[in-house]
Design a protein around this ligand. Structure first.
Ligand SMILES: [Fe+2]
Length: 489
């Protein structure tokens, strides 16, 4: 239930959801390699499945599955400063449990290897010195096998401790944070390996599974025409209500600290586009001189265009006179109906400015507007569990207004592409970072970054929710980031 506090009670559906990935169900018929995960149907997810122990095991297993068919060489490469090697992700997510959980539940626990704290600490100043981020790709040692041994070692100790953990709400909270942290790194493993493979002249595919083809092998249904859903102006409430969470119980309501406190926002009437912007629409922007017209760009964005020579989204290139896009399923011609992806905030903003010529008042949504549009939606979409790993056209069964019959609202709010908002990543009113190392998780990054909402095709379904705030610098393009347009009503 959305909370326009002028008209409805201050109550909303608990967005908590979760379904562990299904065990993989087959092998890729073309490549003979495992895709690592199976296909689950689109569905409304409720609360996390199983006990904390079971969810821990599932999460750890999924991470392994995602790396199943990567070679040790694949797992070592760091293709740019922002991305990390797969091996580092595998070790760092393990270090998180070893450092933040095990010593608290077992005072006699001894670290697996004292040097790993330096190698696999990411950015926690409270936890000591660490290797420089650009040097993560230099870690040929420990080997991938040794990192897998490290994971098994920590898993064995964690499994011995779950009875004590589940009896202590604070430990439950820590493990829940570790599970969600590992899910973030599942997404990063896929995001980063895509950049690794795109940097290789051989353009290897992570999986050859068909993505935008239907099960009958035909081209996907054309994207629906874009239409608008209107929302009234007024006073709303957004953000996660931490007081309503029930840590320490079977049905854990997890949210990061940066999603709280729940607070009031005043919104003018606004409209939300029925789906994400497609490649076809973005091509129109490009063909209309979008990358050459300074009047469409923020000053920093125009500087970025000139500095980096941007003329198209990341992973696009001309091949034999046509645009191709590289994805985790390899390099192939662009599907016009699929959402444009891997654009920076600057590109999203410039597109919106250009789009406003056609639709006066068009702009990016604020994060509050996005959350109000999403608050009645189930967590359903092209998320990691579909195994497609690539944005899909909006193929929902639409009514005449272009909206999903199931949710009677905008499509693709969850999955496909993270959606850039025009909101700076700032603390909500009353926010304060918790004490200790976990206080560094989110709060210290609240400067110079923009908020993205909704998850992508590589976000685990049990990780995303209506109040989830992702954040990246406005020039970043390697994330699965796309465009949804809003409009003044
Ligand atoms: Fe991390």
């Amino acid at each position: 239930m959305c909370s326009n506090i002028q008209t409805v009670p201050q109550e909303r559906a608990d967005p908590r959801e979760g379904a562990g990935l299904q065990e993989r169900v087959g092998r890729d018929s073309e490549s003979g390699i495992s895709s690592g995960i199976g296909l689950s149907a689109c569905r409304q997810l409720s609360s996390p499945v199983g006990s904390l122990h079971e969810r821990y095991d599932t999460t750890r297993s999924v991470t392994q599955q995602l790396c199943h068919h990567l070679s040790p060489e694949d797992c070592l490469v760091q293709s740019m400063v922002d991305a990390s090697p797969t091996k580092w992700h595998l070790a760092h997510s393990t270090w998180f449990f070893e450092t933040l959980v095990l010593p608290k539940v077992d005072p006699h626990y001894r670290s697996y290897n004292e040097a790993f704290g330096f190698l696999f600490n990411s950015y926690y100043n409270a936890l000591g010195a660490r290797i420089d981020r650009p040097d993560r790709g230099l870690l040929s040692r420990p080997t991938l096998d040794e990192v897998r041994d490290y994971r098994r070692h920590v898993d064995d100790h964690m499994r011995d401790c779950f009875q004590e953990i589940e009896a202590d709400p604070e430990l439950v909270r820590l493990v829940e944070t570790g599970i969600n942290h590992e899910q973030q790194h599942q997404e990063l493993i896929l995001t980063d390996i895509k950049h690794v493979f795109a940097s290789n002249p051989l353009l290897p595919a992570y999986t050859l599974r068909s993505d935008t083809l239907r099960s009958d092998g035909q081209h996907p249904i054309s994207a629906t025409s874009l239409s608008w859903r209107s929302y009234g102006g007024g006073l709303y409430e957004t953000g996660h209500d931490r007081a309503a969470s029930a840590y320490g119980h079977d049905r854990v309501a997890f949210a990061y600290d940066n999603e709280s406190p729940r607070h009031k926002v005043y919104l003018n009437a606004f409209s939300v586009a029925s789906r994400l912007i497609t490649c076809e629409e973005y091509l129109e922007f490009m063909d209309d001189g979008g990358y050459e017209r300074s009047e469409l760009w923020l000053a920093d964005g125009w500087d970025a265009v000139r500095q980096h020579g941007w003329s198209c989204p990341l992973y696009w290139r001309m091949c034999s006179g046509a645009w191709c896009v590289f994805g985790l399923c390899g390099d192939r011609p662009i599907t016009p109906e699929e959402p444009v992806c891997h654009v920076s905030y600057y590109e999203a903003d410039a597109f919106a400015r250009w789009f406003s010529i056609r639709y006066p008042g068009a702009r990016l949504l604020t994060e509050s507007e996005w959350e109000i549009a999403a608050c009645d939606h189930g967590i359903c979409g092209n998320l990691l569990e579909t195994g497609r790993f690539h944005p899909q056209p909006a193929t929902f069964s639409a009514d005449s207004a272009g909206f999903s019959e199931e949710f009677s609202g905008p499509a693709q709010l969850f999955g496909d592409c993270w959606e850039w908002t025009q909101s700076a990543y700032m603390p909500y009113p009353g926010f304060s970072s918790p004490p200790g190392a976990l206080g560094e998780y989110n709060g210290k990054f609240m400067c110079n970054q923009m908020v993205l909402r909704g998850g992508s095709c590589v976000t685990p379904g049990s990780h995303i929710r209506q109040t989830y705030r992702n954040f990246f610098y406005p020039h970043v393009r390697w994330q699965f980031s796309g465009i949804r347009i809003g409009r003044q009503a």
